[in-house]
Design a protein around this ligand. Structure first.
Ligand SMILES: Cc1cc2nc3c(=O)[nH]c(=O)nc-3n(C[C@H](O)[C@H](O)[C@H](O)COP(=O)(O)O)c2cc1C
Length: 373
């Protein structure tokens, strides 16, 4: 299982795990893969605590941090601080959108947040809010990889990360995006097919992976979108991927901090229960289909705003569904890829990885057995 990339990072298996949950990140790194912490929802102060916890729980194993610096968003290029940008964007949000969010939640019977609870509306997906996350990550020696979603990271981010001896990865959903990453000097392209959870393009993995691998060779490409087991991993490696990158797979693990009711929803979902929707973040992202996604699709309801404004409106729904997961099951914030349909039980991270490796080896053996003596 040794690849040039796994040697470089000092990991046993080229299995990369995206998760917002520090316990998952540490468990993956401890099991021989590379856990990558999704930092977008944290302030720099919160991230410092999460990373200190991971540092204390991974021994000498490496891990990564994922930020979100989109190529395009409302307010990009404004040379102002996070608070000022948040206030400016708030003024641009139509009241109709806020009312609509409250209406959907009320119709579903999701309780209001306790009086006085303050929500941070502008999270880490602008330059003003993402830079402090990069700076914090670079204070932690075991962070060996910084990944960026939704665009090529700015040149100064790439330089600072690489000058510190770390690798830069960037997600992509097309060969054009991947070539832009390569041109900018990014080390690794994470190529995500449309079936993947979260922000995603519209070309399926089995078509996209080889297209991107060929376009950017010899740049290493991690295959993402639909990785649920060793057969998918074998397919990706057979196509020339340098490893696999999975997100949905970890949502239902023992270590995942998703509430039990949300895990139930994920476990019950089939591969046909997801939809690509702009209704949560303003950019197309794959979520479980729900009364929420249906409500935003209707022609008599508001159209989603752009990023980051749509999430500034929907953050209330995210917070209420996190706090009241049982009441929010029909409208909750459930990002997931189509592979969620293959996940039917809660398993510890180590078992997920061991079973992936076993299935991978079986697949490789099956292929070898097809060769003439
Ligand atoms: C719950 C969830 C949240 C995600 N959030 C992010 C994110 O903040 N940043 C990012 O780079 N990718 C994010 N992704 C995408 C993953 O990094 C990964 O590319 C994707 O899950 C791969 O497809 P899969 O879901 O089929 O494994 C998210 C995915 C999921 C399922």
């Amino acid at each position: 299982m040794r690849t040039e990339l796994s040697e470089k990072l000092g990991i046993e298996y080229p299995i990369f795990a995206f998760s917002h949950c520090r316990d998952v990140v540490a468990a993956v790194s401890n099991a021989g893969g590379l856990g990558v912490l999704g930092a977008v929802g944290f302030t720099a102060e919160q991230l410092a605590k999460e990373l200190a916890w991971i540092d204390a729980h991974v021994g000498d194993k490496p891990y990564g941090v994922d930020i979100v610096l989109p190529a395009k968003y409302e307010g990009k290029g404004e040379d102002i601080g996070a608070e000022e940008l948040e206030a400016k964007l708030q003024e641009m949000i139509p009241e109709e959108h806020r009312t609509f969010v409250k209406q959907i939640l009320a119709d579903a019977g999701v309780p209001e947040l306790p009086e006085g609870e303050q929500l941070r509306e502008l999270i880490g997906w602008t330059a003003a809010t993402a830079w402090p996350l990069v700076e914090e990550s670079l204070k932690h020696d075991k962070v060996k990889l910084i990944a960026n979603a939704l665009g090529t990271p700015p040149a100064d981010v790439i330089k600072e990360v690489q000058d510190s001896g770390r690798l830069v990865a960037a997600l992509c959903g097309s060969a054009k995006h991947a070539l832009a990453h390569k041109e900018a000097g990014v080390d690794i392209a994470v190529c995500q097919g449309t079936e993947g959870g979260g922000h995603t393009g519209d070309v399926g993995s089995i078509v996209l992976w080889p297209e991107v691998i060929d376009a950017v060779a010899p740049m290493p490409v991690l295959a993402a979108g639909g990785i649920g087991g060793g057969r998918q991993m074998a397919a990706a490696m057979a196509m020339g991927a340098a490893g696999v990158w999975a997100g949905s797979l970890w949502l239902t693990t023992t270590e995942s901090d998703c509430p039990p009711e949300q895990k139930e929803t994920y476990l019950a979902a089939t591969s046909r229960d997801t939809v690509r929707t702009r209704s949560w973040t303003g950019k197309p992202a794959r979520f479980l289909r729900s009364d929420w996604t249906d409500a935003w699709e209707r022609s008599d309801t508001p159209d989603p705003l752009g990023m980051p404004m749509q999430f500034m409106v929907t953050v209330e729904a995210v917070a209420r569904s996190n706090r009241y997961p049982a009441q929010a099951q029909s409208v909750g914030f459930n990002p997931a890829g189509q592979v969620i349909g293959r996940i039917q039980e809660v398993r510890p991270v180590r078992r997920v990885i061991d079973e992936m490796i076993e299935e991978y080896l079986d697949a490789v053996e099956r292929l070898n057995s097809l060769m003439p003596e």
